[in-house]
Design a protein around this ligand. Structure first.
Ligand code: SER
Length: 315
């Protein structure tokens, strides 16, 4: 019998696009979406309710549905993690450890996202290399770096085929924006279409690595499809497409909506997080090992976001 796929955090920013992509590739009957609280009413597909912190119920799900691959996406983001550091540790790391244990015991293949947040203020900011100083200062970043090391450990100690990407700020319209720092670049499109105005919560020149969600989904599926001997990084791959500042994004939007209004009103807590992250990323290793190549630049991303969100909001 064909093995099925489990996606945790299935209704977050990544899951909301990954689940349909997996359904399209493998068939809807083989893709199980695990959600905890927020299940969209219009979801079509196999739904399982559960919490990644509960190992015994995860184990039952894996056995019952004959799961062979897990995309383990459930987790708190950077801003949420600073509000609830204990919860971030619990969900992000204990959840990951549970899924890694399951992957080891039940011979599952596994994907888990790390983030540019794994880096910290002492990391070189421009074209941040794959291997560099890594001293994160947010709870989110700490869980991401500890998680990377845990993945590498499970691979080298028990041969678990776990693969990971350091996602940059991801921009998509299917899920509402999460409680993160790069999320201003998602909120801005809601502000544009609802009020023709939005004030980014970061400084005008706060440059951060970013990616349109379609690139992220394609890259994730490409990584998971690559032969195991091509995967030379078992912590997490640097992974990027574009980088821009709030001001550059506003300028791009103004080319299409010249009356759009934006003032930069940095939120000190969010700006502090952004200040610790890279401005651009060197993802040569991902390109070399499994052929990573992004497709969306800033203008294409902007147009696609506006068109997609217009349809979603029926504007
Ligand atoms: N989008 C995430 C955040 O800002 C980055 O991993 O928290």
């Amino acid at each position: 019998m064909k093995k099925a796929i489990l996606v945790t955090g299935a209704f977050g920013l990544v899951g909301s696009d990954l689940v349909p992509a997996l359904q399209k590739k493998y068939g809807a009957s083989l893709v199980f979406a695990l959600g905890n609280k927020t299940i969209p009413k219009d979801f079509r597909g196999q739904l399982v309710k559960g919490d990644v912190r509960d190992l015994s119920s995860l184990k039952k799900i894996v056995t019952k549905y004959n799961i062979g691959i897990v995309y383990h996406l459930a987790g708190l983001l950077s801003v949420g993690g600073e509000k609830h550091p204990d919860l971030a540790w619990d969900v992000n790391l204990n959840g990951l450890r549970n899924v890694l244990d399951l992957a080891r015991d039940e011979h599952l293949r596994m994907f888990w996202p790390s983030s540019i947040a794994a880096f910290g203020p002492t990391t070189p900011k421009d074209m941040t290399p794959q291997h560099t100083v890594i001293e994160p200062t947010t709870m989110y970043g700490i869980t991401k770096y500890a998680g990377e090391l845990l993945c590498q450990y499970y691979h080298s100690r028990w041969g678990v085929d776990v693969r990971s990407l350091r996602y940059p700020g991801l921009i998509g319209y299917k899920a509402p924006p999460g409680d993160g720092t790069t999320e201003y670049a998602v909120h801005i499109f809601y502000g544009l279409l609802k009020e023709n105005a939005y004030n980014p919560f970061l400084k005008a020149d706060a440059r951060l690595p970013m990616m349109y969600i379609d690139d992220a989904i394609r890259g994730t599926m490409q990584l998971m499809a690559a032969p195991a001997d091509k995967i030379t990084v078992r912590t997490s791959y640097n992974f990027t497409a574009i980088n821009f500042t709030p001001k550059e994004l506003v300028t791009e939007i103004k080319k299409l909506y010249p009356t759009f209004k934006a003032a930069y009103v940095p939120d000190p807590a969010k700006q502090r997080i952004a200040d610790g992250w890279p401005k651009s990323i060197d993802d040569t290793q991902a390109r070399k090992d499994w052929g990573w190549k992004p497709e969306f630049d800033l203008p294409t991303m902007t147009k696609t976001m506006i068109n997609g969100l217009k349809k979603k909001l029926a504007i």
